[in-house]
Design a protein around this ligand. Structure first.
Ligand SMILES: *[C@@H]1O[C@H](CO)[C@@H](O)[C@H](O)[C@H]1NC(C)=O
Ligand SMILES: *[C@@H]1O[C@H](CO)[C@@H](O)[C@H](O)[C@H]1NC(C)=O
Ligand SMILES: *[C@@H]1O[C@H](CO)[C@@H](O)[C@H](O)[C@H]1NC(C)=O
Ligand SMILES: *[C@@H]1O[C@H](CO)[C@@H](O)[C@H](O)[C@H]1NC(C)=O
Ligand SMILES: *[C@@H]1O[C@H](CO)[C@@H](O)[C@H](O)[C@H]1NC(C)=O
Ligand SMILES: *[C@@H]1O[C@H](CO)[C@@H](O)[C@H](O)[C@H]1NC(C)=O
Length: 242
């Protein structure tokens, strides 16, 4: 009986030591690449599993959109092109490296784009996109930055052709409202919830000040919650300039 208890105690101790071992004893880890190999090593980090899955809490993703251009507004095909920067941010407790040597050496780490596929990212998509691609001009325009507390920032530059149901009754005098509808492809809201970033003074939607369209002006934009199962959306109000 006694020896059984001792044994169990030993086992507990052993697992405790070995699980912290990964990140604490990093005196021998010299480069940020080596540190990342331990932090997002596939033996301890499964990128198929979303953050907070084990705690049965939703992973909350906040986002901002910076619109660089709106072009090729086409009343016949009812679509337009946009070039935008889509930023998403969430916590992944598995990437919290507070308490390691690297937390002071490097309070945040920017991942090289080749490492992005090794961590979990939200499966957000633009529901009304007809075509879309990431900008790959010179190098892929994607960035992931991990803060030491486990907060992840994922930024991508996207080139999209978006559907916009234009009302043409009063054309060409009409105002068009174009919806940009963003949701998760596979998760329900109790697993993955999207929010617009609510920073003081800073809108979740930013529009390039030099934005110029040949026939339209952007008269207003709004970040909204679509209040369907998983979606948030952006409304763009376009006016024909006469
Ligand atoms: C994961 O960690 C093991 C043991 O520390 C190491 O041998 C392996 O190279 C690491 N894997 C990657 C992909 O870095
Ligand atoms: C996400 O937000 C919901 C409600 O806003 C909250 O109940 C939940 O705890 C949050 N998830 C995390 C991981 O903080
Ligand atoms: C990160 O980990 C530290 C210590 O391990 C903990 O105190 C802190 O609350 C964690 N931060 C977050 C945002 O979960
Ligand atoms: C279009 O919007 C502008 C600015 O919001 C407004 O002044 C104008 O009356 C609107 N035109 C129509 C046809 O609704
Ligand atoms: C918000 O704006 C006000 C006035 O424009 C300014 O005084 C304040 O410092 C700003 N706050 C932040 C957090 O930028
Ligand atoms: C969605 O609509 C319902 C009913 O109008 C409301 O109770 C709920 O708070 C709304 N949710 C959001 C996220 O706006």
């Amino acid at each position: 009986m006694h020896s059984y208890l001792d044994l169990q105690c030993l086992i507990t101790l052993f697992t405790l030591v070995s699980s912290t071992n990964y990140l604490r004893h990093d005196a021998t880890i010299n480069t940020v690449e080596e540190f990342l190999d331990t932090l997002i090593n596939s033996s301890r980090y499964d990128r198929r599993i979303r953050p907070f899955f084990d705690q049965q809490k939703a992973c909350n993703v906040t986002m901002t959109i910076h619109i660089n251009t709106i072009s090729a507004i086409n009343e016949v095909n009812m679509d337009y092109n946009t070039d935008l920067i889509f930023r998403q941010s969430w916590y992944d407790p598995r990437l919290n490296y507070t308490g390691t040597d690297w937390a002071t050496k490097s309070p945040q780490i920017t991942l090289h784009y080749s490492l992005i596929d090794r961590i979990w990212v939200p499966d957000s998509f633009f529901r009304n996109a007809k075509e879309g691609k990431r900008s790959d001009i010179t190098v892929p325009n994607r960035l992931i930055r991990i803060h030491r507390d486990g907060k992840v920032l994922y930024s991508q530059r996207l080139l999209l052709k978006l559907d916009c149901q234009m009302k043409l009754q009063k054309f060409p005098l009409d105002n068009q409202t174009c919806v940009v509808n963003i949701g998760s492809y596979g998760f329900a809201t109790n697993d993955l919830a999207f929010f617009w970033e609510e920073a003081q003074n800073v809108s979740a939607i930013r529009v390039n000040e030099d934005l110029e369209m040949p026939d339209f002006v952007l008269s207003n934009h709004e970040a909204r919650y679509c209040n369907r199962t998983t979606a948030t959306g952006l409304l763009l109000f376009l006016c024909l300039s006469i």
